[in-house]
Design a protein around this ligand. Structure first.
Ligand SMILES: Cc1cc2nc3c(=O)[nH]c(=O)nc-3n(C[C@H](O)[C@H](O)[C@H](O)COP(=O)(O)O)c2cc1C
Length: 262
């Protein structure tokens, strides 16, 4: 599967078949996680955790035997960097047929942090179960997907703009149109769809539209969403990221994140 196919077919997997990862897949995942770069050049440290050994579980996950956790030194842009690298891992796992679900909330955080050995100054923003999807989703998973509106996304006109925030971005460039579609398909916390993109020439400026109640926590989970969106957009365009905020009044609750030059 190519990159776009992986993004299109990925979904959060919350019901697994109960089998452990086979040796070959485990080896590949361990090798891959040794160094997963991001455009911020902030190191993200991944670790595999056996669910039984560490007594790890999540109330929304069934049939898992293993988790992946990742840690980062907290610093400016650590959430976006984390989102970018973790999503690379998610897509790589999916290329092997290994399912994942980003989990930032529905877990016993203390237990996971202890298992991952989180030290002073580090954060473990999220974890994910790893395993092979069961043939059928559990009833709980089906209900949950409906509840969080997992399959609903805003239209492109509401998310992507050209020149200023009043004009929807329309493009005949298939590569760009596809990359924007891939942003809309990104996994995201609580389905708030915070991504806004403003094109000016060949620069695609990414803004975070903050939802109420998320920014004032120890970290901003929506910045992780932005890192995931950057990952999808950049890997589909081979764009280059810079931090150069345009001189442009952004809308209410909007924060500039990064620019991708295509
Ligand atoms: C940063 C982040 C945190 C998330 N936290 C949770 C969580 O705690 N529990 C959960 O079941 N899903 C969680 N999700 C998964 C989202 O609910 C899911 O990505 C969204 O509903 C879209 O569905 P999809 O991944 O199948 O496309 C999280 C996703 C992201 C990106």
């Amino acid at each position: 599967m190519d990159r776009m196919e992986l993004i299109k077919t990925r979904r959060s997997v919350r019901t697994f078949d109960g089998n452990p990862l086979n040796d070959q897949d485990k080896k590949k995942l361990l090798e891959y996680m040794e160094n997963i770069p991001n455009p911020y050049k902030i190191p993200i440290e991944f670790t595999l955790l056996d669910a039984d050994e560490h007594k790890l579980s999540s109330p929304v996950i069934k049939g898992e035997t293993c988790y992946v956790a990742a840690k980062v030194q907290t610093q400016p842009h650590s959430e976006e960097a984390y989102g970018y690298s973790f999503e690379q891992f998610v897509l790589y796992a999916w290329s092997l047929g290994v399912g994942t679900t980003w989990i930032g909330g529905t877990m016993d955080r203390k237990r996971f942090e202890a298992a991952a050995g989180v030290r002073q100054g580090e954060a473990m923003y999220c974890v994910s179960p790893l395993g092979y999807p069961a043939g059928k989703m559990s009833v709980k998973e089906t209900v949950m997907r409906k509840g969080v509106k997992a399959d609903k996304r805003l239209s492109a006109d509401q998310l992507f703009f050209d020149g200023d925030f009043s004009a929807p971005l329309r493009t005949d460039d298939k590569k760009i149109a596809d990359a924007l579609d891939m942003v809309r398909l990104a996994p995201l916390a609580v389905n708030m769809q915070p991504w806004r993109i403003l094109r000016i020439g060949s620069a695609y400026h990414f803004y975070l539209k903050h939802s109420k109640g998320y920014a004032n926590r120890p970290w901003d989970i929506q910045k992780i969403d932005m890192g995931i969106a950057l990952c999808h957009f950049m890997t589909c365009t081979d764009g280059r990221m810079v931090l150069e905020e345009p001189d442009m009044a952004a809308g209410e609750n909007m924060e500039y994140m990064a620019t991708v030059i295509v």
